[in-house]
Design a protein around this ligand. Structure first.
Ligand code: SAH
Length: 465
């Protein structure tokens, strides 16, 4: 981030604009949304600026900006559409202690003006550091549509009610009250009776919430999917939005954790690679402790919580403690991997079942029904298989699998840094060499041609001969 977004206090402070043409008008449209005192310096100005001056919304000084004019101003806009004049004005602004923006000159500006979605007092500022104004406009249009115009009104009335709401205990109870207001009762009341009844709605709502019992805590065991935030389910997204505490594995992508409610406490418990992990008992105790405190806990696991996720142990602990829970399934790594190589897990005439295997279990390398798996056409997704690749290869060959059986490896499936490799069973150990991220081995599947361009083919020298 080369530009750090902040909201500047401008009420009753001066913002100075130099210039009277289109560029100045465009900036003024935005600045006029604020409660700053606005001064425009221009020899000649467009009628629009004269109109604003006539309405008392800004002061027009009909001459070029001069030394001393920027003293005490918070911001100076050089909008003269003339490089030399802009440079002169910017130098005065800087010398007199103001932050200076030169319109359409990112390099010499101390700040940039974002695209704004205005639901005052709720303001959304969108910036792309000058990289993609088109994108900023598209995001703005999207938000304009999504944020109801009534939002600003709700927030203004809500703000005045804040001292009253302090009668509710801080934390969950108060949050529940406000979300009930903003997302349910408030908009409904405005739609039904107009804005005037909002204060009454708030009082009633406060009374209801004060009378209500504290809701007990709960745990949602949520699948975070393979990494791409777009592969989250809507349910997972909602759970993150409401979470008080998020207890997450190391494999959960940072972009997904970003979606957790801002006030949510994030507790990492996962292990990275083969590093130290939080003992299962500790994870169970954490979930129970927070839920018994009344928190909505999201236990966030990569992929699907029911696939190699030690889900049962957690559920048993929650049951034993009498804590309410629910499972939110997710897209498991294998499904993301198979999609990425452009294949399907089952295919008429080839295989009517598919196995999800782990290369490792509590006792070390995991044993499976190798004979069944070695038959032609069988398909399996092998999790945690990098270190056991040689073992798996040995077992399968020993039980009669063809060395030419295709295998595909997908590392960091669904993520931007994903890598794919195509090989055969004969080359499986080579094919996993050097992979550093989580990977799924797809046994019995070769990438479809269309996906093959992005895939490394691994073939040992011996085999090529
Ligand atoms: N519950 C998870 C699996 C957890 S076990 C799920 O359903 O996906 C951890 C293993 O999952 C890793 O060793 C790796 O084999 C696999 N894995 C998890 N995320 C992955 C990803 N994005 N790409 C490839 N493999 C992944």
């Amino acid at each position: 981030m080369k530009h750090f977004p902040i909201f500047l206090a401008v009420e009753d402070r001066r913002i100075v604009v130099s210039g009277g043409d289109e560029a100045a008008v465009a900036k003024l449209r935005l600045i006029l949304k604020s409660e700053a005192r606005i001064e425009v310096y221009a020899d000649t100005a467009l009628p629009q600026i004269h109109d604003w001056a006539g309405q008392g919304r800004l002061t027009l000084i009909p001459r070029a900006l001069a030394a001393g004019d920027a003293a005490g101003a918070v911001l100076v806009y050089a909008a003269n559409e003339d490089d030399a004049e802009d440079a002169r004005v910017a130098a005065i602004g800087r010398a007199e202690g103001a932050l200076v923006n030169i319109v359409d000159n990112l390099a010499d500006s101390a700040f940039i003006t974002p695209a704004i979605v205005d639901r005052d007092p709720v303001t959304v500022a969108i910036g792309t550091e000058g990289a993609a104004p088109v994108l900023a406009r598209a995001i703005k249009a999207d938000l304009e549509e999504r944020l109801p115009p009534v939002l600003g009104l709700l927030a203004r009335v809500g703000k005045a009610f804040r001292p009253m709401a302090e009668r509710l205990p801080m934390g969950r109870k108060r949050r529940d009250f406000w979300s009930d207001y903003y997302f349910d009762k408030g908009p409904k009341a405005v739609a039904r009776d107009g804005a005037d009844t909002l204060p009454a709605t708030l009082s009633e709502l406060l009374f209801d919430h004060m009378a209500a019992e504290q809701t007990p805590g709960r745990v949602d065991l949520v699948g975070a999917g393979p990494g791409d935030p777009e592969l989250l389910t809507l349910k997972a997204r909602k759970a993150l939005d409401r979470a008080d505490v998020v207890i997450h594995d190391g494999l959960v992508a940072p972009e997904i954790l970003e979606l957790a409610r801002r006030e949510a406490v994030l507790v990492p418990v996962g292990k990275i690679g083969f590093g130290p992990s939080t003992p299962q008992d500790k994870i169970n105790a954490l979930m129970i402790e927070h839920a018994q405190d009344g928190a909505h806990v999201v236990r966030l696991k990569s992929g699907d919580p029911g696939v190699f996720g030690r889900l049962d142990e957690e559920i048993e602990a929650l049951d034993a403690a009498g804590v309410d829970w629910a499972i939110v399934p997710g897209i498991t790594a294998a499904t993301a991997a198979v999609a990425q190589i452009g294949q399907s897990f089952t295919r008429r005439g080839r295989n009517s079942s598919v196995r999800l295997l782990t290369g490792h279990d509590v006792k070390g390398f995991a044993e499976h029904d190798w004979r069944a798996l070695a038959r032609p056409g069988e398909v399996a997704a092998i999790y945690m298989g990098k270190r056991s690749a040689r073992f798996v290869q040995g077992r399968l060959l020993m039980h009669g699998a063809s060395p030419a059986t295709p295998v595909s490896i997908v590392e960091n499936a669904s993520r931007a840094d994903s890598r794919m490799r195509a090989a055969t069973l004969a080359d499986l150990p080579n094919a996993v060499e050097g992979l550093t991220g989580p990977a799924v081995i797809l046994f019995g599947l070769a990438p479809r041609q269309a996906a093959a361009a992005r895939i490394e083919t691994i073939q040992s020298k011996e085999l090529a001969l």
